[in-house]
Write a protein that binds this ligand. Structure first.
Ligand code: ADP
Ligand code: ZN
Ligand code: ZN
Length: 801
């Protein structure tokens, strides 16, 4: 038999059907790409989405046409926009992953559980004689607006259900599945916002808050968003707290309830001329329906958000939707707040920490147009929007925009792709843009919009550099240089607060034998074990393995085995000794692991019980501590010395971000950077807050070394329990890859972390032209590896460790 048939590929929702797979079914005449379908799967049914409708012959399918089954039912009101199906195909093609994985992010969360049967009158019903009961059911349908639902909580009476089935047979009603309608809350939706009584909030934070840290942290998170309103689910996500906390705050009046549609609309500031130029440029692209990518470059406080908001208003006026991406939802209170202030209930936050019902409800509101403004982290790229007029990628340089598990996409690339598909502008915003983006702006691929002035009158802190090497050269090495030491003393004496920053936890990164050089290594990973003083354990920071430190060197029996190097625990210890009059606390992942500890430390720091807070990047993000006037970076070298071509860029970004923590209140802020590399451009230009000068040096280095943006990277990582098999597979792959045209093959070599969790790791790094596709690389590697060796292809990798 040589006939062909119209078929439909259906991507199964793994949360509903188990398998992450695509299956082929008979296409019903009206089936469309993106449509939600219930399909037979063995002796069960599953929810899936049509990814492709096409003609196929038996040879093409590889099985008899007669074994094709039709879908069981259609799901109404839940189809994915065509652009989203297209985006998933782009991801699969560009990042070399199976389509179901690429599409999984687009599938509405928890949909299957909420599907209900809907009975509706068909538009032009057949004429047929009806029984009295059937007539009554039809009248009931008409009165109910044409549709009634059969749900678990509200089951239809058996007689009605029977009548409906008969009416269906007569061509008068139709039966579909859809998402159960969400109950409208009485009196509209209720939101929460901070009380207007700032003094009471301040009193709470300085006194009571220490005893009620979860409540304090909630208030602090909301304070970054002034008096905007949030749904209870959003606040729970932002502050990681429970209903009980919200209830307590509402009862004492620190939070107040507002109706969703009665927002205080703060009068928006009048844009300055730079903002106006940016707004005009983006608005122009919205009006002319053009795909145009922009880079909005301006220091924190230069008014980038105001540009986003004005452009968003323009897109709304044009009847189009807005996608607003943020690097991390927990830090997005301000963004959510400002959007809500301007656009009220048109805003939906998509976010995996929301309660499941609220997530699905927001998904539906985005899909059906009730919420044309969607804010979320990278997964919001897959929000069901079909008429985008503006895409914003805030803090575009952040590493979290790259997804580190399959599909390993970079959000910036997908945002640009979506912009091209919807023909709308894409605005990438940052105070410290990625070298790649600034280069693209330099080349005219992105239009640069600069905001050179601070909108509000806040001042940048003064940055001082201390040379750690000097102490060593003078024979008196110290954890704190004289300058930082003095400043801490002064700051504490003035009753101001200090943050000391070091991006390494534990007491020391390793223990070492002073006689033979032996170091304790993890038995599963090729890394040193860190020494944790609190419980006197050696711990692996990659796999969690731990053991007791040896009393004597296992190699030479020497007793001189001791911790070496510095971690946050050690900084805490030294600082506590040096400043006995001050209260010192530490915040890092080890501390935060204990439930409630994070809230507790933030609340005590805000309340003034802690003078000096020592911590990792955790303390550098998201919260304002108005009484902090000094920030010390213990060693900028930690991030500079990471073997990665982006180390300099990351250090500059990190130092800029950490600096932003000082002087947020009324008093002037100071930042001290300690380093063995005082002349390093990442340090020098962080001191002068001069991004452009930093960029100019960095881009030359990238060009000379042949790294992005001057090439495109693909990292192929091979892992396995057997080293010889990993060696063999990586060698074989490299040989195959050498045959490809336009690809420079580096390696295979061991990864910087050559063994993790008992798996050996080797990689091949590929360099190719910036515009070149990686498709043939995927094809060459197809089937390589097998069950002993896993091969991961990371296109446009962000970390090369
Ligand atoms: P960014 O997003 O660049 O960090 P924001 O948009 O948050 O900056 O602006 C910082 C502060 O300046 C905000 O409080 C904002 O309301 C205010 N602001 C923004 N634009 C103006 C303006 N043109 N005039 C006065 N204040 C402004
Ligand atoms: Zn030894
Ligand atoms: Zn380990």
């Amino acid at each position: 038999m040589n006939g062909s048939e119209r078929v439909v590929d259906v991507v199964i929702d793994p949360r509903s059907g188990g398998a992450q797979a695509v299956y082929t079914y008979q296409a019903t005449p009206d089936v469309e790409e993106g449509e939600g379908l219930i399909v037979p799967l063995g002796n069960r049914t599953a929810l899936g989405f049509a990814s492709e409708v096409y003609e196929a012959t038996e040879e093409e399918l590889g099985f008899p046409l007669t074994s094709l089954k039709p879908p069981t039912a259609k799901v109404r009101g839940m189809s994915l926009p065509a652009a989203l199906v297209e985006l998933a195909k782009f991801v699969a093609d560009e990042y070399l992953c199976p389509l179901p994985i690429a599409l999984s992010g687009a599938i509405p969360p928890g949909a299957r559980e909420r599907l209900v049967t809907a009975w509706s009158l068909v538009p032009r019903p057949e004429k047929a004689p009806l029984t009295p009961l059937q007539k009554e059911v039809v009248r009931f349908l008409e009165e109910s607006g044409g549709t009634i639902y059969d749900t678990k909580s509200k089951k239809l009476p058996a007689a009605t259900a029977r009548a409906l089935k008969l009416l269906k047979g007569k061509g008068i009603v139709e039966q579909t599945l859809e998402i159960a309608p969400f109950e409208e809350k009485k009196g509209g939706e209720r939101l929460l916002r901070l009380s207007a009584d700032e003094k009471r909030i301040e009193d709470f934070l300085t006194h009571e808050g220490k005893r009620k840290p979860a409540q304090a942290l909630t208030l602090m998170r909301l304070q970054t968003a002034e008096r905007s309103s949030f749904s209870p689910g959003e606040i729970k996500g932002l502050a990681g707290v429970t209903d009980a906390t919200l209830k307590a705050l509402t009862e004492v009046g620190l939070l107040e309830t507002v109706a969703a549609d009665e927002q205080i609309v703060a009068k928006p500031p009048q844009p300055n001329r730079y903002q106006q130029l940016a707004i005009d440029a983006v608005s122009d692209a919205i009006q002319t329906r053009e795909f145009r990518p922009f880079l909005l470059f301006g220091v924190t406080g230069s008014g980038k958000t105001e540009v986003y908001l004005r452009a968003a208003a323009e897109a709304l006026r044009a009847g189009r939707q807005i996608l607003y991406l943020v690097p991390e939802i927990a830090l997005a209170a301000q963004g959510i707040g400002r959007l809500r202030e301007r656009f009220g209930s048109k805003v939906a936050v998509l976010h995996s920490d929301l309660p499941p019902g609220e997530r699905l409800r927001n998904w539906m509101r985005a899909r059906n147009g009730q919420a044309p403004v969607v804010l979320g982290a990278r997964s919001a790229l897959f929000a069901p929007l079909d008429n985008l007029g503006l895409i914003i990628v805030d803090e575009e340089h952040e590493a979290s925009y790259k997804q580190e598990s399959s599909p390993r996409y970079h959000s910036k690339r997908l945002a640009l792709q979506l912009g091209a598909m919807h023909r709308c502008p894409v605005v990438l915003g940052s105070a410290t843009p990625s070298i790649e983006s600034f280069y693209e702006a330099d080349q005219g691929k992105l239009t640069l919009l600069s905001l050179p002035e601070r909108a509000a009158s806040a001042k940048l802190p003064e940055v001082h550099i201390d040379d750690l090497g000097q102490g060593y050269r003078e024979g008196r090495p110290a954890l704190l240089c004289d300058d930082l030491h003095k400043r801490i003393e002064q700051t504490v004496a003035q009753r101001h607060q200090v943050i000391l920053f070091l991006n390494r936890r534990a007491y020391a990164p390793f223990i070492i034998c002073r006689d033979c050089g032996y170091q304790a290594k993890c038995r599963n990973c090729a890394v040193s074990l860190s020494f944790h003083r609190r419980d006197r354990r050696l711990r692996c920071h990659h796999c969690g393995y731990s053991e007791n430190p040896p009393d004597q060197c296992p190699k030479c029996r020497s007793l001189r085995v001791s911790p070496f190097g510095v971690g946050t625990e050690k900084v805490e210890e030294v600082v506590t000794e040096l400043f006995p009059q001050a209260t010192v606390a530490r915040l890092d992942r080890d501390v935060a692991r204990k439930k409630g500890a994070l809230e507790d430390i933030f609340a005590r720091f805000r309340g003034g019980d802690i003078d000096i807070l020592v911590g990792t990047q955790m303390v550098a993000k998201g919260l304002d501590f108005p009484n902090v006037t000094l920030v010390g970076v213990i060693a900028a070298d930690l991030s500079l010395n990471i073997p990665d071509f982006r180390a300099g860029e990351r250090t500059f970004q990190l130092l800029s971000q950490v600096s932003g923590r000082a002087g947020r209140g009324v008093a002037e802020g100071h930042v001290v950077i300690q380093t063995f590399n005082p002349q390093h451009p990442s340090v020098q230009f962080a001191q002068t807050h001069d991004y452009v000068a930093f960029y100019e040096g960095a881009v030359v280095e990238r060009k000379e070394a042949g790294y992005p943006p001057f090439c495109r990277l693909v990292n192929v990582i091979f892992t396995g329990a057997s080293r010889s098999k990993v060696l063999e597979a990586s060698g074989e792959a490299a040989a195959l890859l050498h045959a490809l045209e336009g690809v420079e093959v580096l390696g295979p070599v061991d990864c910087a972390l050559e063994r993790l969790q008992n798996r050996w790791r080797r990689h091949v790094l590929l360099k190719m032209d910036p515009g070149r596709h990686a498709r043939d690389i995927g094809l060459v590697l197809l089937g390589l590896g097998g069950k002993d060796v896993q091969a991961v292809i990371d296109v446009d990798p962000y970390t090369l460790m």
